[in-house]
Write a protein that binds this ligand. Structure first.
Ligand code: ATP
Ligand code: MG
Length: 562
């Protein structure tokens, strides 16, 4: 018997599996699957399902997780999406080995199984039109009534079904339906469709088929054919479970997997349905599926969210049957926690104010040692050029500072990170009275940031040397929505829920020169400012563009507290 070796917190699904293993159900095997439809990009909701399915498989010795493309709907499905999904999964850190499957590979078997159902008197070809089927189906409170085609003979049904497959009928003209119970309190059991006609090429099977199996029929059989032991799905499918079991009970399948439902991920300030994400792209609210504000894997990657942080989030929120909304701040905190440990810390000025060091020689540049991480010497160090003209952040200077402002102001001394103490002597203004520069002096004795006489300064600020700075674009991203539940209100006015400040572009930020060599997707902490990731699309060699991943602290929580 395999034992649970999952380092992640136990959830109710582990309990079920542990019991199954104890009882030697499935001969001690644990086999899950992740079944995306190749019709869009993966998002954070999918990540939860991915971490669960692959996580469960990893938790047990010999556990396996299949990647199965649920490609039963030729409309909108594309090889390109399938490739993207595999790419995203690998990036997230999951490996399906050679366990890659497609429902379209089972079309022949699914067709033969459908004929077995007809032979057994458990399926029939129905010529009701779509709206008639709806009328016949009944409601939650009223039973349905049988289709007039329900009592067709086996021979007639077989003949009609073969003719459906041969393309003799038009789309919508007829369906193959399971013959179960039109009076069932569960509407899913009222003779659900098994096959429908769709005269459309499929990205893998071309024009081989003009009938396509329905999800409920294809999914359970695919699970069984692959030897899945635990078929984990979201709660919407709870009412479909009797149908899942019914199909498998009728057919000569190799095994009968157990469907277990869990609650889907809902995230505040976020929409997580392909349809809604698609609408955002189509309306041009974002630049594409991988816009850094999108909760897609591609968007989060471009934003600087790491695979480790996303996995950590998925494990921390746990798996239950409760319908909850997770605060998106929890995801952002996982990102901060991971980046705090791993991101190199650098200096960058986003909103520059010129500082002239009056007692520094005109044409001199010196280089100062600066570690990439204060607590991790393994991350190494670089040298920062220092010269007469520097930039500091505008917000680090106040001409008439309030009480608790410890940064630069006239007559005040502060530390320039890794460099020197400087004192501000004079504020230079233009004719309109705007501050254009500060005249300062530095104390050569304080090289490295400490005074030999032991005098202290209260403020330490970041800076860059003007002559060597990398001048480049920085994009400040924030949440796409102002409304905590935009997904509940689709159809209503989305535009009014969008955060007008979700992207702010700074054309000319001044960053320390080492950043010119940063590669796509490198992530840094700009000290005192936030985490920033090199955009993986825009920018060019020597001139990377930086996306703000997250601020250093949760500014939303602070704003709410106020
Ligand atoms: P969407 O609602 O975005 O269209 P979907 O369920 O139609 O998603 P699929 O490609 O069929 O998209 O999803 C693959 C798997 O991911 C399914 O097993 C589904 O249950 C799971 N999944 C999708 N969204 C979520 C979510 N928000 N939370 C947890 N699991 C999810
Ligand atoms: Mg689906």
């Amino acid at each position: 018997m395999s034992e649970n070796r999952n380092p992640e917190p136990l959830n109710f699904i582990h309990n079920i599996i542990n019991d199954d293993l104890k009882n030697n159900k499935n001969n001690g095997r644990v086999h899950t699957r992740f079944p995306p439809e190749p019709n869009g990009h993966l998002h954070i909701g999918h990540a939860k399902s991915i971490c669960l399915n692959f996580g469960v498989a990893q938790a047990y010795a010999g556990g396996i997780c299949n990647l199965r493309f649920d490609d039963t709907n030729p409309e909108n499905e594309e090889a390109e999406y399938a490739a993207l999904i595999q790419n995203d999964l690998r990036w997230l850190g999951f490996d399906w080995g050679n366990h890659l499957f497609h429902v379209s590979d089972y079309y022949a078997t699914l067709f033969e199984y459908a004929k077995l159902l007809i032979h057994a008197g458990k399926a029939y070809v129905c010529h009701l039109k779509v709206d008639e089927i709806r009328q016949y189906r009944g409601t939650l409170t009223a039973p349905g009534k049988p289709s007039p085609y329900r009592e067709r003979s086996v021979a007639e049904n077989l003949d009609l079904f073969e003719r459906m497959r041969a393309g003799e009928f038009a789309e919508g003209e007829c369906l193959l339906r399971a013959k179960i119970d039109m009076a069932s309190p569960n509407i899913n059991m009222r003779d659900p469709a098994i096959y429908r006609i769709r005269k459309m090429a499929h990205y893998r099977t071309g024009n081989n088929w003009c009938i396509y199996p329905m999800y409920d029929y294809a999914h359970c059989i695919s699970d069984a054919l692959e030897g899945i032991t635990h078929s984990l799905c979201t709660l919407e499918f709870e009412d479909h479970r009797p149908l899942y079991d019914w199909f498998l009970d009728q057919l000569p399948v190799p095994c009968h997997p157990q469907q277990i439902e869990f609650s889907r991920l809902n995230l505040s300030y976020t929409v997580t349905s392909k349809r809604q994400l698609n609408a955002l792209v189509a309306a041009g609210y974002v630049s594409g599926w991988d816009d850094p504000r999108m909760p897609t894997i591609g968007g989060m990657r471009r934003r600087g969210f790491t695979p480790a942080a996303i996995r950590d989030f998925c494990y921390r929120i746990g798996v239950t049957k409760k319908d909850t909304v997770i605060d998106v701040g929890a995801l952002e905190n996982c990102v901060r926690e991971d980046l705090d440990k791993h991101a190199r810390r650098v200096l960058g000025v986003l909103d520059p104010l010129k500082v002239i060091i009056e007692n520094y020689p005109e044409d001199e540049t010196e280089y100062l040692d600066a570690p990439y991480h204060p607590n991790n010497p393994d991350m190494g160090q670089r040298q920062l050029p220092f010269s007469k003209v520097l930039y500091i952040e505008k917000s680090d200077f106040m001409e008439t500072p309030p009480k608790k402002f410890f940064r630069l102001s006239p007559g005040r001394e502060v530390r320039l990170r890794y460099a020197y103490f400087i004192t501000c002597n004079e504020v230079v203004k233009d004719d309109a009275g705007n501050i254009v520069a500060l005249r300062c002096t530095y104390d050569p004795e304080t090289r490295g940031g400490n005074a030999p006489d032991g005098r202290k300064v209260k403020g330490t600020i970041h800076w860059v040397s003007a002559a060597q700075a990398l001048q480049t674009e920085v994009r400040l991203y924030d949440r796409l929505f102002n409304d905590p539940r935009p997904d509940n209100k689709h159809g209503s006015d989305w535009q009014s829920m969008l955060n007008p400040h979700s992207m702010r572009v700074i054309k000319d930020a001044y960053l320390e020169p080492t950043l010119a060599e940063a590669k796509k997707e490198d992530i840094f902490q700009f000290e005192r400012t936030g985490y920033f990731c090199v955009d993986n699309k825009d920018g060019r060699e020597g001139k990377p563009i930086f996306n703000r991943t997250v601020t250093l602290r949760d500014s939303w929580a602070r704003a709410k507290d106020k």
